[in-house]
Write a protein that binds this ligand. Structure first.
Ligand SMILES: Nc1ncnc2c1ncn2[C@@H]1O[C@H](COP(=O)(O)OP(=O)(O)O)[C@@H](O)[C@H]1O
Ligand SMILES: [Mg+2]
Length: 326
């Protein structure tokens, strides 16, 4: 099983006014072939910024200031702008939360998929591209794909639009599919269908999937492995089953307590108290310490390093270090 993506020590900085603020701190993770990695965390913790770094789509005031991102053995940071652009369309595909931002409202669905296919392979004839486009729509379970080809994005429901975007992305046969909260805007039934579709596609297309979400229910349905991000720090990482069975970081435990479990009869929803630190007011020590029920003086002063209490289960927390004698 080869690594599709290897991110090592990624650090990202935004300039606001004349000052620089680090938003992603020394973040490392990898994705294997045929694996779905979920990055989970509250709004503002750096999930989208991480995807923008990979896609080379950071806004002008944002910059990768450390680390490296290796896609299929190639260091993205060493590529020319042109090579990055090419890899963005063909090796990495991105599915956004709101598909309308990626689809052109003035062009038919068919035209856009065909153009997308031909952009990545100029040698493909128009008729062959059309055949591939229909096939792509069929793959994502769009009924009557031939007639859908002639429609405009606004004529489709939200769920169908998301499928069209997935089809368009897949037509380029990427090795890494990045999905940033792609189901958040959809209602629950459609959301389930899209997740099921992504699970099917993962096994068929031989790619890795980076799936971004703030929803633990979605994580449970789709992830093989989970990275928990807090204020730009990786606080925990483990296989999905493992993290659901025994979340170790107080923040992850807080996320689970805040997550509504419909089956539990006497379940009481307990949101994590406090809020994530402001970008302009960085926190010393463990970034979670002001909200942590177990925080000590040490937590306010020093930053915990990542330890591995169980095989493949990583966590950055002094309390865990102590408990496990690490
Ligand atoms: N263009 C920008 N300029 C300054 N700060 C930004 C910009 N875009 C994002 N940020 C900051 O980066 C942090 C991470 O944002 P983001 O990745 O969008 O969070 P998430 O996707 O997890 O909700 C936030 O503190 C946000 O305010
Ligand atoms: Mg986001």
């Amino acid at each position: 099983m080869g690594k599709v993506l290897d991110v090592k020590g990624l650090t990202t900085t935004f300039t606001i006014g004349k000052k620089d603020y680090e938003v992603i701190h020394n973040l490392s993770f990898h994705i294997d072939k045929n694996e779905t990695l979920c990055i989970v965390g509250e709004s503002g913790c750096g999930k989208s910024v991480t995807t923008l770094c990979l896609m080379d789509l950071l806004p002008e005031n944002g910059q990768v200031t450390g680390g490296e991102m290796v896609l299929d053995g190639k260091n993205l940071g060493l590529m020319t702008a042109k090579e990055r652009r090419l890899s963005r369309g063909s090796k990495m595909g991105m599915i956004f939360q709101e598909p309308m931002t990626a689809l052109n409202p003035l062009l038919t669905v068919g035209f856009q998929i065909i153009e997308n296919i031909r952009q990545h392979d100029r040698k493909i004839s128009k008729s062959e591209a059309k055949r591939l486009a229909v096939e792509a729509l069929r793959k994502v379970d769009i009924p009557e794909p031939e007639s859908r080809m002639k429609q405009y994005p606004f004529q489709l429901s939200g769920g169908l639009r998301q499928r069209v975007m997935i089809a368009m992305t897949l037509a380029a046969k990427p090795i890494l599919l990045i999905a940033d909260e792609p189901t958040t805007a959809l209602d629950v039934t459609i959301q389930k269908q899209v997740l099921k579709l992504m699970n099917t596609l993962k096994s068929e297309m031989d790619a890795g999937i980076l799936f971004i979400t703030h929803d633990l229910g979605v994580v449970g349905e789709i992830a093989d492995r989970v990275v928990v991000l807090y204020s730009g720090d990786k606080v925990e990482e483990a296989k999905t089953e493992e993290i659901f069975r025994r979340p170790l970081h107080p923040y992850t435990q807080g996320l689970f307590k805040a997550y509504p479990q419909i089956d539990a009869e006497d379940f009481e929803l307990k949101p994590i108290e406090g809020s994530i630190p402001l970008l302009t007011e960085p926190v010393s020590g463990c970034r979670f310490h002001p909200r942590c029920p177990y925080a000590t003086e040490k937590c306010a002063r020093l930053q915990p390093k990542q330890v591995e209490p169980y095989e493949g289960h990583f966590v950055a927390c002094f309390k865990v270090e102590e408990e496990f004698g690490l």
